[in-house]
Write a protein that binds this ligand. Sequence first.
Ligand SMILES: [Zn+2]
Length: 298
Amino acid sequence: MEPQKEARAARDPVAWLPAASASQTPNEEERREDGTAPPASGLGEEADGASADGLWELPVERAERRPECSRCSRPQKVCLCPFLPLHPLHISTHLYIIQHPAEESKVLRTVPLLAACLPQDKCKVKIGRRFSEDRDPELSAICQKSGTLILYPGDEAANLEEFILDSPVYPSTIIIIDGTWSQAKDIFYKNSLFRLPKQVQLKTSISSQYVIRTQPTNRCLSTLECAAVALSILEKNNDIQETLLRPLQALCSFQLQHGAQIRLSKEHLLRNGLYPKPMPKNKRKLRKMELLMNSVKI
Ligand SMILES: [Zn+2]
């Protein structure tokens, strides 16, 4: 199956329909933002047996997508454009976002906000799981350029701030993978193309402000936050970070005002004895949790 097509198929009928993955937390993420009653989920098959019959009596309009703002891609009633810069930021770095197909279908996605702040020719979003020279010659050429970096943490990764100090070629392009940690890992390791650019990571003390989605640790940043920090380093301009984070802060504060709960990182929950689920029986998983509690990099 073409991965690129999956997300659109899942998203098209109803904008708020949760992505297929059971590991996500659609209830919080799909929280109604326009004050209307939550529509009954599903278009028949997925509905609970007991209430399924009633669903067919719902007005047809229910299944229509809420009108989206063409600039920020948010539903028009909760448009975040007032928090975006008036004009796209002037940057010289090219940003490529490699987006896992499941991310595209999420309601609270941050990449459209990021794209809305940047010039169109400087921010490109590629959706998919597998990339190769045949499938995407443009991306392949980008990966082979000496001025291209890929942001992915690990032992092999250089600290971006230190790297640019003595890099013979000043980086012109940075690639960021957008997905959950396991999706990003899969994309990074299963596409040999992404091993070609210099691998870098961010050494930052900022905690994620994207408090309405659970991050594995307090230091895990959303894609928008990673891009904000990386671009401000590459462009040597801290205002970029502030400008790019403004719509995210507005999004989070809006969601919190409308009943979303702060989702603390797994690390925070574990360390404070607040983790809501029983500890895993599987030894490998348990070891991973222990490492997380002790803040050892995994
Ligand atoms: Zn808007």
